[in-house]
Design a protein around this ligand. Structure first.
Ligand code: PEP
Ligand code: MN
Length: 359
């Protein structure tokens, strides 16, 4: 994907973050128009609305379908905003292009499916489409699947491609609706430096109050923009109501976000980075020492025919270290994630020793 082009749209400053906003779903013509007018009066230039909604279970609101494309056309005519929608099949692509939709995006369930991606890519190629296409990360944290999805769009002749980071599914209850796993979009930036990456804090957080902090984090990490769900009456939204915000709240958030100059590498920053490098080296050395001691314990257990894992010992370690971390001002959840990764590796190494007949 060598000659990717920046997302340049007339009337939109390419040096500022790209902001896309609008409801999760187009519900009624009135809801679409009211939301669009309010967003436009707050200076939003690109409108989003889902026309076809991929729902987890059947029976929910699955989108208004092609009828909604006429409402988006009206948004374009009356407010001058660019309009964007999600496409998941060949028919969606054909209908959206025929209706003059300016920007298409591909959802997280679709980008996880190479057959669907190829079908969309073929439809774009046949239509000789040149519009910008955004590809959300697949629901599962697989960077190659994400890149592969974008490659199919690229091979269809599209050069204005953007990635949307919307977080990754995880089993169970968490603070986030979809885990951000920030290292994945950061790795994407490293592999494809020319690819614009925007963040979708609405689907990552799943809650209104998380939209601002996640957006700020995305800015701090050098993302190129945001796609945020905004609805004229969020409490009455037909989908994703707990994460939608009014156009006025959105305006407030955008104005309070701090844009940092990510290209500026001050002397102080260089020094801090040097410290991080040194600390990481120390961390690796300490971990290596710990593993060495673990292997010695493994040999002892082998000699004395003891089981490798002693649950009470593990429980004690967890409890005391998490407590210590908390006292030092760190998150207990973070410490238990780190410890369980270390413990898993220690157990693996001890099992190797216990099973090694040479010893
Ligand atoms: C959406 O943007 O409304 C949507 C369905 O998102 P995702 O594909 O990220 O779940
Ligand atoms: Mn949504």
């Amino acid at each position: 994907m060598k000659d990717l082009q920046p997302i340049s749209l007339e009337g939109i400053n390419p040096n500022k973050p790209l902001i896309i906003a609008g409801p999760c779903s187009a519900e009624t013509e009135e809801q679409v128009m009211t939301t669009a007018r309010e967003l436009a009066s707050n200076g939003i230039k690109i409108f989003r609305a889902g026309i076809w909604k991929p729902r987890t279970k059947p029976g929910g609101f699955e989108g208004v379908g092609v009828e909604g494309l006429n409402w988006l056309k009206r948004v374009k005519e009356e407010t001058g905003m660019y309009v964007s929608t999600e496409v998941a099949t060949r028919q969606h692509v054909e209908a959206a292009l025929a209706a003059g939709i300016d920007i298409l995006w591909i959802g997280a369930r679709t980008s996880a499916n190479p057959f669907a991606m190829q079908e969309i890519a073929d439809a774009l190629a046949e239509a000789k489409a040149t519009c910008p296409v955004f590809v959300k990360n697949p629901v599962n944290p697989d960077i190659d699947l994400w890149i592969g999805a974008m490659q199919r769009i690229y091979n269809a002749g599209i050069r204005c491609i953007g990635a949307i980071h919307r977080g990754f599914s995880a089993y169970g209850k968490h603070l986030y609706r979809n885990m951000p796993q920030w290292h994945i979009p950061i790795e994407l930036r490293r592999r494809l430096p020319n690819l614009p990456i925007i963040c979708d804090p609405s689907h990552i957080g799943g809650k209104r109050e998380l939209v601002a902090p996640i957006s700020q984090q995305a800015y701090d990490m050098g993302f190129n923009g945001l796609i945020i769900e905004s609805h004229c009456d969020p409490d009455c939204a037909w989908s994703d109501k707990s994460q939608q915000i009014t156009p006025d709240v959105l305006n407030f958030i955008i104005n309070t976000l701090v844009l940092r100059d990510t290209t500026l590498t001050t002397e102080n920053l260089a020094l801090l980075r040097q410290q991080i490098d040194e600390l990481d080296n120390e961390l690796i050395e300490v971990l290596n020492k710990r593993m060495r001691v673990c292997r010695e314990i493994g040999m002892f257990k082998k000699e004395h025919r003891m089981p490798v894992v002693q649950a009470t010992r593990y429980g004690d370690i967890m409890q005391s270290r998490v407590q210590l971390a908390k006292e030092m001002g760190m998150s207990g959840e973070f410490m238990s994630t780190v410890l369980s990764a270390i413990h898993e590796e220690s157990v693996r190494q001890q099992i190797e020793i216990v099973n090694d007949r040479q010893l």
